[in-house]
Design a protein around this ligand. Sequence first.
Ligand code: FAD
Length: 393
Amino acid sequence: MKEIFDVIISGSGPSGSILGYLLSSSGYRVLIIDKEKFPRYKVCAGGIQIKAAGLIPFNIDSQIHNVIKKIHFQRKAKDDFLGEYDQPLMYTLDRPDFDDYLVKKAAGAGCVVKTGEKVQEVSAGNNNVVVFTGKDKYYGKIFSGSDGANGFSIKKYNNYRKIRKIIGYEIEIPVSGYCKKPYPESKNIRDQERNFALFDKDTVVIDFGGVKFGYLWLFPKNKRISAGMGGFPEKSKEIKKYLSFFIRNTDFFDINEKQELPLHAHFIPVRKKNDFISSYRILVTGDAAGLGDGFTGEGLHNAILSSHIAFSSIKEALKNSSFEFHDYSEMISREIIKNIEYSVIISKIFFSSQYFYYKLIKKNEKLFKSCCKILRGEKTYLDVVNKLKLIRI
Ligand SMILES: Cc1cc2nc3c(=O)[nH]c(=O)nc-3n(C[C@H](O)[C@H](O)[C@H](O)COP(=O)(O)OP(=O)(O)OC[C@H]3O[C@@H](n4cnc5c(N)ncnc54)[C@H](O)[C@@H]3O)c2cc1C
């Protein structure tokens, strides 16, 4: 007789592993299946918001590379300024190591973890769910699709072509040998005229204007810089071209025209109102639920928050043997989706007049501080929209 798990989770990225950890720590029987063997590469800048880190139910100090307090803004590599906040804005970490750490935590809490096995089909019947992989089939009471922007669940339960997406390109550039001024040696360089951030460990670089709706980032890790750029998929060619040009021609890196720049690409799904969230015995979390931020493209916070919401909803479902998950849809809508809708509005407003807003943030420290509060999770996009009185709610 095969075991019937309480919950089967597809995907052990942050949302799947944290959901697994929460459930197993409370005594539920959980199976996590991931198509990759860990540690595995993940296309991500590796910036984790303070508010996201605060939702992780165990200590992650060992995973944090840098504590970010400053943002070096640029407009097409010019017209730069340094915005500084008195408290940490976010942390940087290495996704392969971080995700490996999370899945080990889930296993340590009691999850059965199967890696290198791909979920290929799920069927939900009256009494259970059956999950088919290429190698085996597994039985559970509930299925959580936590398998990311490109995984089984988002494709199974939506019309994938119609999902709203941002595309992100990323490359991890070793500091040693590639940076003109590796950050361990950099001093307080705020007085310099340009490129003052040349990889101070507490500074990220954000460059606007390279493509119309998008931005470029440089995030410092311990031994590497994540250099990347996100924007609309229709602008893929322009994004790649500008990112490559930026890496080769600005003052940050020592990389010449002949050196290869193997850029990695991945989608960030930004859900529309009616995209799938749950059905009988099934729910989706994180990127699989399209919970990417429509302005910044970040997804870790919403992924982890959705795992907490799924955890409380699953506990109720198992207690009452009621598996409709209407409460999950309602909570996700209230706690996350509203803010995603406003992130899309803010993105349209900002990027359609980005030079104007760029100058405004440059001149107006109060506005810069408001942006920092959003990053830190002390303010939401809704607060900003209300404040700007741009629309009536
Ligand atoms: C270029 C780029 C930069 C980004 N930078 C940031 C950032 O700095 N900060 C931030 O907050 N967010 C960032 N994001 C978004 C962030 O990476 C995601 O939102 C986050 O990883 C979502 O976590 P998740 O657990 O939902 O999915 P994932 O982390 O994608 O994990 C999904 C897991 O499911 C597995 N899987 C897929 N298909 C199957 C299958 N069929 N069967 C079994 N397993 C499967 C995958 O192997 C993977 O391990 C970035 C995204 C991109 C593309």
